[in-house]
Design a protein around this ligand. Structure first.
Ligand SMILES: Cc1cc2nc3c(=O)[nH]c(=O)nc-3n(C[C@H](O)[C@H](O)[C@H](O)COP(=O)(O)O)c2cc1C
Length: 196
């Protein structure tokens, strides 16, 4: 079994255990990204898929994060699962790539209609003059797509974070926590433990 496959398997098993343990938002992950000048931002997004290549989430590509990831693909994710017997943090570093149009279309089509309308109505990360401005845009797009399927907006899609590092942190007594780091070094995955 390759080390990356081992890390993905551990991730899936731990996510499943956290979900079973009642973690309120088990797929929530903090995404840190930076612009070309190195200015860093962080926010929470939801993991929608983990395939054999990386961690996928969906967003407005013209948002602050969308612009940053296009300018500067290096980024990081952090998950925190507190409901487990021993709380777990997973840290990921990697490179963001756009998902294919087919993947984005398939995920967009699975969303509730009002979320689809919201994706058209929200100019994510831009100045909003009033709540009414947003609701007016919702009404406009409801009218525009009345009686038909809502197509995916051209500015709405997903990113796949292809990891170069995945670390599992498990809480232990007296702050003597376990840390296990998988990292890509000169084209090869390596595994090592770190001091807590
Ligand atoms: C639990 C939770 C889940 C969220 N999931 C997403 C998501 O999957 N995609 C997204 O674009 N924003 C999501 N958001 C909103 C983002 O945190 C953020 O406010 C928004 O994307 C704008 O970020 P930006 O201005 O840095 O681009 C979520 C917020 C929370 C609290």
């Amino acid at each position: 079994m390759s080390l990356l496959f081992e890390a993905f398997t551990t991730f899936r098993e731990t996510l499943a255990a956290a979900t079973l343990a009642g973690e309120p938002e088990p797929t929530a992950m903090t995404l840190a990204s930076a612009d070309a000048q190195g200015k860093v931002s962080a926010r929470v997004v939801l993991l929608k898929e983990l395939d054999g290549r990386g961690f996928v989430f969906y967003t407005n590509c013209e948002s602050n994060k969308g612009q940053q990831l296009r300018e500067h693909a290096q980024c990081a994710l952090a998950f925190l699962w507190k409901a487990l017997d021993k709380q777990v943090q997973v840290n990921v570093e990697g490179l963001a790539e756009a998902v294919t149009h087919c993947e984005a279309d398939a995920y967009f089509a699975s969303r509730p209609r009002l979320s689809q309308i919201g994706a058209w109505a929200s100019k994510q990360s831009q100045t909003l003059e009033s709540r009414e401005q947003l609701m007016e845009r919702v009404r406009q797009f409801e009218q525009r797509f009345e009686g038909q399927d809502v197509p995916r907006p051209p500015h709405w899609s997903g990113f796949r974070i292809v990891p170069t590092m995945i670390e599992f942190w498990r809480g232990r007594e007296f702050r003597l926590h376990d840390r296990l780091r998988y990292e890509l070094c000169e084209g090869e995955w390596r595994k090592r433990a770190l001091f807590p």
